[in-house]
Ligand binder design. Structure first.
Ligand code: EPU
Length: 417
């Protein structure tokens, strides 16, 4: 199996660029299903999840062509409204085809996603909201079968939690529904704003994105469009922490620093120098950071997908940090890996207490999920000796050329297999 091998102790310096956001492009690929014809997405990262979503689109009948960070997607008039288990199992985000398939075909058969490495991750908010808009669901042998008798009908839907995926599925259903939809307690993430920009380019009538209340006026049909994917704030934040944890000086280009405000603020509190401008940010790491507390929350709070990387940094801080994880019930699994590297971290319910240590020591570790994988690599950059990371297919799901980009900043890192 391929592994990433890191020899710790190098100070990272230089400039690294980021591409479009995984968590935007996957949904924007699903959005193309809403309009037959030829769509073009640019600034698309070459990552495993994009390949998996391409398979989902091909399965429903699209022709997908990937080259040079662009995706050309030809959507047919007639779709095969199905996302089978082997695809949904590999990538939970496949569930976002539910809304577009229901809107276009009046029926959708999507394998019920189980839990994953981050916890139970139910989809009840998606289904409740779609039911409010006239869909009905039944679960038959592990497959969710959604049907709409005539056309989806606009409705007012209150989400119990500002779920990113539920907001997206409801947007997809609403843009082609009859009448008006209001999504209350909608997710405010930058990736949702970007998705709305794409949908608007396709002719959708949406307002309020980026706030907790989104209004959609349904239209009869949409047209294909070109769209440039918003920069990946998680990729940018991960390289920022790579600079910080090695007491380095790293500039990240192609990013939107405002999309990382809370994370950058916490880095500053930890004693990391942060400069930012239009499309770039620069971090200058201290010899050892200071302890800081943080709690993960929906945007604009601290992103749960930056939590493991931040804890890697705080594991070598002076002082004790308290972390509260509010989004996922199983996010802390990576902590056992950091502990093997010498970190002093205890967990209790949704809290972790990180007592900073002076040094970490390299050892074999596992990447439990995408961000856990990034975090153990970052810890390896700072650790004494060799860190060998297994299960790196998780990292490939979300980071293009992770090893090459870190090496270009001066890391002693390679990939085997
Ligand atoms: N939730 C429910 N019921 C639902 C939907 C969500 O209980 O019907 C709960 C979830 O179990 C979770 C919380 O609400 O505890 C938030 O889930 P949300 O729906 O917001 O997350 P998601 O859409 O499944 C996306 C990203 C995740 C990211 C979260 C939170 C994609 C493909 N995934 O997931 O990204 O952590 O939003 O920002 O966009 C990653 O990139 O590593 C990743 C896991």
């Amino acid at each position: 199996m391929p592994q990433i091998i890191v020899e710790g102790g190098q100070t990272l310096r230089g400039t690294v660029g980021v591409l479009g956001a995984k968590n935007a492009v996957l949904k924007e690929m699903a959005a193309t299903l809403l309009a037959p014809g030829r769509h073009r997405l640019t600034n698309v990262p070459d990552i495993l999840d994009v390949a998996l979503m391409s398979e989902v689109l091909a399965h429903v009948g699209c022709h997908v062509d990937r080259r040079d960070h662009e995706l050309h997607i030809v959507v047919p008039e007639e779709l095969e409204p199905e996302a089978p288990l082997h695809l949904v199992r590999q990538m939970r985000a496949s569930i976002v085809v539910l809304g577009p398939l229901l809107a276009r075909c009046g029926i959708a058969r999507v394998a019920q996603p189980g839990g994953d490495d981050l916890g139970a991750r139910p989809i009840d908010f998606h289904l409740d909201g779609l039911e409010r808009m006239g869909a009905s669901f039944e679960l038959v042998h592990g497959e969710l079968i959604g049907t709409v008798s005539d056309r989806l009908i606009g409705a007012e839907v209150e989400l119990p939690f500002p779920s990113v995926g539920a907001t997206e599925n409801l947007l997809f259903a609403a843009v082609l529904a009859k009448g008006n939809t209001t999504i209350v307690n909608a997710a405010r993430e930058p990736e949702i704003r970007d998705l709305v920009r794409q949908l608007r380019g396709m002719g959708a009538d949406i307002s309020g994105e980026g706030t907790a209340i989104i209004h959609v006026r349904g239209v009869d049909e949409l047209r294909p469009a070109d769209h440039r994917v918003v920069p990946d704030r998680l990729e940018a934040g991960t390289y920022a922490i790579a600079g910080a944890i090695t007491a380095g000086d790293v500039t990240v280009t192609g990013c939107i620093p405002d999309d990382l405000r809370m994370e950058l603020r916490k880095l500053e509190e930890a004693g990391v120098g942060v400069e930012r401008g239009d499309g770039w940010l620069r971090v200058i790491g201290p010899e050892r950071p200071r302890a800081v507390d943080f709690a993960t929350l929906p945007f604009p709070g601290f992103h749960t997908d930056m939590h493991p990387q931040m804890v890697a940094l705080l594991s070598i801080a002076e002082g004790t940090s308290v972390i509260t994880e509010n989004i996922y019930d199983a996010r802390f699994r990576y902590i056992g890996e950091l502990r093997r590297m010498g970190a002093d971290i205890t967990t209790e319910w949704q809290h972790a207490v990180v007592r900073g240590v002076e040094r970490l020591s390299g050892c074999p570790v596992l990447a439990h999920d995408i961000r856990a994988g990034a975090a153990v690599v970052l810890a390896g950059l700072r650790a004494e000796g060799t860190t060998v990371v297994d299960e790196i297919h998780h990292i490939d799901r979300g980071y293009e050329a992770f090893v090459e980009k870190l090496a270009s900043l001066g890391a002693d890192i390679r990939r085997t297999g």
